[in-house]
Design a protein around this ligand. Structure first.
Ligand SMILES: [Fe+2]
Ligand SMILES: [Fe+2]
Length: 353
């Protein structure tokens, strides 16, 4: 009973269709509890809030929270609303359909997995970058580290932030490698070791593969995702292969992993190669956030992009298409006021990477 896809839904619409549930959590509100999650299919992902019926007790909401298994397909019956400029689905009486998950054997699973990329293509391109590393010891470390990281090509790069979709970790890694290679090749006057840059970019987030586990037909974060993060698992992973190179080269790779979060991490980048990877990582993560936020903003309007702590403006597409905009007829009727300037507070801001 898949009768509507995420990309087709609009504000105000009532929906009743099958979707994959992920990122389940329970929250408090005045007068009770509610469940939040994301629902997705092959066309996209949306926030979903499950309030229950008017008279639903806290016990009832808790019971449903215990019944829903992340990574499984459920019947979602509710209404599409707009909240802070984003579309989300609100479920009230439809909560009763969340008692049972759908049997995925009767469904086409690919209809429910969102990924804006082709994971097989990403894998091919990453393998090409690995093969391009000239130093055989460094190449072996990278190859073994990726080969032994279970689900590296399928897992997401994050629970909610950038590249949070099937194949997102490999997609983000490919972007970082290509941006870092671009930086390196654009600066012929700078003394920089290309092999170290490419290898560092390839393994900088490899620890993320250890922080997600299979759940239903998708992946969910393990407790270590929050408790440990992804830097120490990456260091642990590549330490198994330290015998393939000399101590300085190995320490340089460790340093790139340890410092790639820049000012958000414990260790600042302290080599040209580490700065190149840090900036490449930043560009990939930030632009992915900006791009996905802009997709939810209407043309000629502003919207708040929390991960980059800034307003964004969606320029009318006619400009991008190269068409002329000679009169005011095409101007938007309403321009939403930008959010008030937020005080810059990098200390309290979360890292995207
Ligand atoms: Fe990263
Ligand atoms: Fe990272």
């Amino acid at each position: 009973m898949k009768n509507i896809y995420i990309e087709e839904i609009t504000v105000g619409q009532k929906i009743d269709s099958l979707f994959l549930i992920e990122n389940l959590s329970i929250k408090t509100r005045t007068g009770g509890l509610f469940i939040t999650c994301t629902i997705s299919d092959r066309t996209g992902t949306r926030e979903c809030k499950i309030w229950g019926n008017r008279g639903s007790s806290e016990e009832e909401i808790e019971r449903y929270y215990g019944l829903i298994a992340e990574g499984n397909i459920y019947r979602i019956a509710g209404e599409v609303r707009e909240y802070k400029g984003s579309m989300e689905i609100h479920v009230n009486s439809g909560i009763e359909f969340l008692r049972y998950r759908e049997n995925e054997n009767n469904l086409n699973i690919t209809d429910y997995i969102y990924s804006p990329v082709h994971p097989d293509e990403i894998k091919k391109q990453l393998e090409k970058h690995i093969s391009g590393i000239k130093d055989s010891g460094i190449k072996k470390i990278v190859r073994e580290a990726i080969k032994t990281s279970d689900g590296f090509y399928e897992k997401p790069a994050a629970k909610k932030n950038h590249h949070a979709y099937y194949g997102g970790l490999a997609h983000h890694t490919l972007e970082v490698v290509e941006i870092a290679a671009g930086i390196t090749d654009s600066l012929p006057g700078i003394d920089i070791d290309r092999d170290i840059v490419i290898a560092g970019a390839l393994i900088h987030d490899i620890g993320k593969a250890d922080t997600f586990e299979k759940s239903g037909i998708s992946f969910k974060p393990c407790p270590t995702y929050s408790l440990i993060g992804h830097i120490s698992p990456a260091i642990e992973r590549i330490s198994k292969f330290r015998r393939y190179t000399d101590e300085d080269t190995f320490n340089h790779l460790l340093h790139i992993i340890q410092s790639h979060h820049g000012t958000y991490g414990d260790v600042m980048p302290q080599s040209t190669e580490a700065w190149a990877v840090h900036h490449a990582d930043n560009i990939s993560a930030m632009l992915n956030e900006v791009d996905s936020t802009l997709k939810d903003i209407k043309e000629g309007e502003f919207g708040w992009c929390k991960p980059v702590n800034s307003n964004l403006y969606r320029f009318p597409e006619k400009r991008a298409a190269g068409r002329e905009n000679k009169n005011d007829q095409n101007r938007p009727e309403t321009i939403r006021e930008p959010e008030p300037e937020k005080q810059e507070n990098t200390a309290g801001q979360r890292s995207l990477f």
